[in-house]
Design a protein around this ligand. Sequence first.
Ligand SMILES: [Zn+2]
Length: 423
Amino acid sequence: MVTKADFVIVNADELATLKGKSDRPQIRKEMSELGIVKDGAVAVKDGKIVAVGTTKEVLDKLDKGFEVIDASGKLVTPGLVDPHVHLVFAGSREKELEQMAVEGVPYLEIKAKGGGMPTTLKKTGEASIQELLRRTTKILDTMLIHGTTTIEAKSGYEMTFQGEIRQMEIIRALSKTHPIDIVPTFMAQGIPFEYENKVDQLTDEIVKKWIPEVVRRELGEYCDVFCEKGYFNVEQSKRILETGRKYGLKLRIHADWLAHSGGAKLGAELGVVSADHLIYTLPEEIEVLVKRGAIGTFLPTTPFCYLGTYAKAREIINRGLPVALGTDYSAADMCESMQMMMTIAILQMKMTTEEALVASTINAAHSIERAQEIGSLEEGKKADIAIFAAPNHKYFAYHYGINLAEKVFKKGRLVAENGRRVK
Ligand SMILES: [Zn+2]
């Protein structure tokens, strides 16, 4: 049968297809299989992938009249997926980051002295919608330029009723106007200064008023909570997540980031789709997450910047938990690049390059329940494709700290090239 195509990418030194992994998240040894095709090609028609294989196989299938994009010497992968982003905020905290990273001042000490997340809540609350849209668009552009074509985005940087609705509306507006697909999450994140000792009262407001309104306006798909000392405790987190579930939201959780919080255990009990951070999670709690079918999303940025302690990636993968990677882009430290996450995961967390790429594509897609549409190069999926200036995937650890993404396609459209947005 002859296939029609708008364009075809040919001669890729390495085409990492990630094929055959869409039905369930990948675990253990499965995370080492990339479905690599040497001298690979991928053909696209109307925003969808229509053929994948060697250059010869694909060209033999195609009808005439398509554009050819030569990927000689390059690596071609599915568009990267970032399943954990704190997207909408104002202000910046670069001085605090240096205090934490260089002087070793603990985060909770910075917060106790009037810094940290509450300052971001205040600054964000004072910012106009136009300013937030402008800043956030720039972040999304940078992600796209670095090869990321789908993200999950959380609210949580205002923590007032009006503010959180506004955050979710900004996320929705951008999901309609920006090429990046955005999966929206309502998140109970920071504690404003005025609620410092009244977190129960804040929780009351969230469960009685905020979550019902987010759902009434159809602004969220997931509900997430910061279950951590100095934020929401296990009881409060449970109320928030149970309310989210009651209103039809699916669940995620921030767990065991600064210390063992009990968040992963709670997440497992409530059936979260993804439990994120998992730095201090106990082995038996990882086992429960495995049994409940959750995904573990590792976020290497804060350990890289100032915490120093990473999730025990090797042990957790060996226990059979499927693992994804995310940037955790936030006001605490800012990195839009999933390439950088792979670099840290490989060099610091001792994940293999194959595991890191699975965690940044198909498993990240599973983490936001989009694996039937994205995360691999297979016929019928969205033509979200990245071409990297690298002969193979090992380069994510080897040639690091720069942007290797040369061309990025979203739904078959060239949206970034050589570090610039194409509009
Ligand atoms: Zn986070």
